[in-house]
Design a protein around this ligand. Structure first.
Ligand code: FE
Length: 132
């Protein structure tokens, strides 16, 4: 669960690109409509780019118009953890990987049925494994 992978910043820098480090470990946000997955419609599974844990399925991905990959729920329970985020003068809920604690994005309550949730996730935080 959360924190079962713990690394120092120096260790993360060895395995992540600079952009990945900024988003995953320093809670950065990629510019909208620039990521590699927001328009991806292929079938498959989205993994944490930092530790490889399965996070989201293409079955729950939808086009939110936000310019970030959007899902209405995680692939199964316990894969993501939620944290209160009051940075930048906004009250938001941060989404992190439950295994390595890396920042993925935020969740909002304006998503589609059946959950009404919108997991708004940075492409940089994800790796995509295409279904065979
Ligand atoms: Fe992870």
């Amino acid at each position: 669960m959360e924190g079962s992978i713990k690394k120092t910043d120096e260790q993360w820098k060895d395995t992540l690109t600079k952009d990945q480090f900024i988003v995953l470990r320093q809670k950065g946000t990629e510019a909208p409509f620039t990521g590699k997955y927001y328009a991806n419609k292929e079938k498959g599974t989205y993994l944490c780019a930092a530790c490889g844990q399965k996070l989201f399925s293409s079955d729950t991905k939808y086009d939110s118009g936000s310019g970030w990959p959007s899902f209405f729920k995680p692939v199964s329970e316990g894969k993501v953890a939620l944290k209160e985020d009051n940075s930048n003068f906004m009250k938001r809920t941060e989404v992190v990987c439950s295994r390595c604690g890396s920042h993925l994005g935020h969740v909002f309550d304006d998503g589609p049925a059946p959950t009404g949730e919108r997991f708004c996730i940075n492409s940089v935080s994800l790796d995509f494994k295409k279904e065979d």
